[in-house]
Design a protein around this ligand. Structure first.
Ligand code: FES
Length: 177
C-alpha cells in the first residue's frame, strides 16, 4: 500500500519510520538510559544494536531504506572512545560515501544521519531522534518506488534517440566497407 494512502485512509497521522543502528557500548546504552529515565522520544524508531558503528555494512543502510525506512540514524562512540579502536572512524568514512550514493539514488541526504553519543548521554538520544522526526516530517514519506520511476524516466529521456534497427543498419554498412 502507498505510504500516503496508509495515513489518509485510516485517518491516523503519518509518522516517519526511523531505523537506528546503535553501538552496543555507547549509544545503545544511552537509549536504554533515556528509556529508564522516562525521557520521551518518538516511538516510531526501530533500534538495532550492533557491537560497533564500524560494523555497519553500507548494505544495512540501503536495505533499511528499500524496506520502508524514511530515515536512518547511526549512533557510535565519540572519536577516540571506540572499543575497537578505529571502528567509528571507519563508520564516518562510510557515512560520507553513503550520503553521496543515497543522493544519487534520489534519497535526500537529510534522511541519513550519524551522531556520536556516549553511554551517559540519554538526553542526546532523545534530542537527536526528535530532531530527526521533525526533519522527516518536513520531507514527507520516502516514496522510493515513485522516486525510482522518476529516475528511470529521466534516464529514458537521456538515452540517444537511435533505434536498434538504425544501429544494425550501420553495422551492416560497416561490414561492407
Ligand atoms: S565500539 Fe562504539 S563505535 Fe566502536
Amino acid at each position: 500500500m502507498h505510504r500516503k494512502e496508509e495515513s489518509g485512509e485510516t485517518g491516523v497521522p503519518w509518522r516517519p519510520r526511523i531505523v537506528a543502528f546503535f553501538c552496543n557500548w555507547c549509544t545503545y546504552t544511552a537509549a536504554d538510559l533515556a528509556g529508564v529515565s522516562r525521557m520521551k522520544y518518538a516511538p516510531n524508531t526501530r533500534i538495532i544494536r550492533v557491537m560497533c558503528s564500524g560494523r555497519i555494512d553500507p548494505q544495512f543502510v540501503l536495505d533499511a531504506f528499500t524496506e520502508g525506512a524514511d530515515g536512518v540514524l547511526i549512533g557510535g562512540c565519540h572519536p577516540g572512545d571506540c572499543h575497537y579502536s578505529e571502528g567509528n572512524y571507519k563508520a564516518l568514512r562510510r557515512y560520507h560515501l553513503l550520503r553521496r550514493v543515497l543522493t544519487g539514488m534520489g534519497i535526500d541526504e537529510r534522511r541519513f544521519r550519524l551522531e556520536w553519543i556516549s553511554a551517559s548521554e540519554g538526553d542526546k538520544v532523545k534530542q537527536v531522534i526528535n530532531e530527526m522526526v521533525e526533519q522527516l516530517q518536513q520531507l514527507g514519506p520516502l516514496d522510493l518506488p515513485t522516486e525510482r520511476m522518476r529516475l528511470d524516466s529521466e534516464l529514458e529521456e537521456m538515452r540517444p534517440r537511435r533505434s536498434v534497427i538504425d544501429i544494425s543498419e550501420e553495422l551492416k554498412e560497416a561490414a561492407h566497407v
